[in-house]
Design a protein around this ligand. Structure first.
Ligand SMILES: [Cu+2]
Length: 485
């Protein structure tokens, strides 16, 4: 079973003397010529032949919504565990995984703008873990800082004020040094901020508002989960924990909240014979809906889309595809349903941005050393949780030039805690369509520069920013800011 020793054993990383270890290159088709070391979870459970995945034979689960212990108009209190559990990912095999609430993927938490969410998180593992609300505007002591760990057997209270507008967030482990293995093995779940002020838009809701968490995973020939090897071998793509599932839909509009929970992967998604209507980004609704054929979704990014199945006869099938993985999810139109929802062209104005008073540069890269594991660095420095890299005045608006000067050509994936930013420029030109709206995570290709602007409202204290390819942040590609009065 997975224990501390197992996780640590799996934490070996191959040092590429001549180039990038494969573990560090995201699963996106870009590969170098060096070889990664094959590292497996310590004890293999399965010795037979890996069961074949037969597409479209299992339904896509909709993660259950976590029920509060206490619910008042001002706050809701939840209990949540982190525990060792099993999940049937490959047919007929119960794979050892980690799960919030013992589930793979974790239960969906539905917060509400203006009402607090309190979570009593109990760590039932035999090693430290924690939780970070990705994209959440939360006090520093509740942000799941890598140093703030929940020791084995202990319970810790997390407070999420939900002072931000409605959006799709997710929660995941952020423990120092074990985040990559913990998230890969299952510590991820959707967190939806509902917002009464958006009710008038009449977007699809209730059973027609469905989070879909997409990620990849690698199995060996016997069906054991391979924790750290080569991301290009993470060829099995899961939608809410199941490979190539079908999802039965009514012939009407649905809102899907797409969340990339993969450790390091960029999805490029399309629909067979149809288009997406994109309505939301990381931090909330877009100013206006956008009809698009392709969605680019890097690790930890979210995008909300509406798909209208009303034009299809019963029995129709619409497939979600990825440029690398191929067919990953099939929507089966199985019944008619009334539909009073709409997709307005104009959604919600993006908040105005004050003038920027500070310029900074953030450079993501690897540093190679002979015969050793490479370091991930930001502005030349490996993460040190006792060092403050940027001191920021509370309320300041700052412009950051994010760059990847990485000589290896490996893509990175910048994530800023606490606040949402806006992408102003990419390589001196306009942002990509996928950069639009309120953002907390953006992919960045080697050689690129991306200019972003953020206003640091709310709290004082220390937060991290890092590469959200978790095998990169894990080896140091993370830094710390402190917001001061
Ligand atoms: Cu990176």
């Amino acid at each position: 079973m997975l224990n501390r020793r197992g996780v640590l054993a799996a934490g070996g990383i191959a040092a590429g003397v001549l180039g990038v270890p494969k573990l560090l290159a995201p699963a996106e088709g870009h590969e170098d010529s060096t070889h990664g070391e094959h590292v497996f979870v310590e004890s293999k459970t399965f010795t037979g032949t890996r069961p074949a995945i037969v597409p479209w034979t299992r339904p896509m689960p909709v993660p259950p919504v976590l029920k509060p212990l206490v619910s008042t108009p001002k706050q809701e209190i939840y209990q949540l565990t982190i525990e060792n559990t099993t999940a049937e990912i490959l047919p007929g095999l119960q794979s050892p995984v980690l799960g919030f609430g013992g589930q793979f993927v974790g239960p969906t938490i539905r917060g509400k703008t203006g009402r607090k969410t309190l979570i009593m998180l109990q760590n039932k593992l035999d090693e430290p873990a924690n939780v970070h609300l990705h994209g959440g505007h939360v006090p520093p002591e509740h942000d799941g800082h890598p140093k703030d760990l929940v020791e084995p057997g202990r319970t810790r209270l997390y407070l999420y004020p939900n002072t931000q507008q409605g959006t799709t967030l997710w929660y995941h482990d952020h423990s120092h040094g074990t985040e990559a293995s913990h998230v890969y093995l299952g510590l991820h779940g959707a967190y939806v901020v509902e917002d009464d002020s958006e009710r008038g838009l009449n977007l699809p809701s209730g059973a027609y508002d469905v989070p879909i968490m997409l990620r990849d995973i690698q199995f060996d020939d016997s069906g054991n989960i391979v924790v750290f090897d080569d991301p290009s071998k993470r060829t099995v793509v899961l939608a809410n924990g199941v490979p190539q599932p079908y999802f039965e839909v009514a012939a009407r509009k649905y809102r899907f909240r797409l969340i990339n929970t993969a450790n390091q992967r960029v999805f490029k998604l399309k629909l067979t014979g149809d288009k997406f209507t994109r309505i939301g980004s990381d931090g909330g609704l877009l100013g206006a809906s956008v009809v698009t054929e392709e969605l680019i979704l890097s690790s930890a990014e979210r995008t909300d889309v509406v798909i209208d199945f009303s034009k299809y006869p019963i029995g129709s099938r619409v497939v979600l595809t990825d440029f690398m993985a191929g067919e990953i999810l099939r929507f089966d139109v199985v019944r008619r349903a009334t539909d009073n929802s709409r997709v307005p062209a104009v959604l919600r104005p993006l908040p105005a941005q004050p003038l920027s008073t500070v310029d900074r540069e953030v450079d993501l890269a690897f540093v190679f050393k002979p015969n050793e594991r490479p370091d991930g660095v930001i502005n030349g420095k490996v993460f040190d949780m006792d060092r403050v890299d940027f001191t920021i005045k509370r309320g300041a608006t700052e412009t950051w030039l994010i760059r990847s000067s990485d000589p290896t050509g490996v893509k990175h994936n910048f994530h800023l805690h606490l606040v949402q930013f806006r992408v102003l420029e990419r390589n001196g030109g306009p942002p990509l369509p996928s950069d639009e709206g309120l953002k907390d995570t953006i992919p960045i290709t080697a050689g690129e520069t991306v200019k972003v602007r953020a206003t640091f409202t709310g709290y004082t204290g220390r937060y991290v920013y890092h590469c959200h390819f978790l095998e990169h942040s894990w080896i140091g590609m993370m830094a710390q800011l402190e917001i001061v009065p």
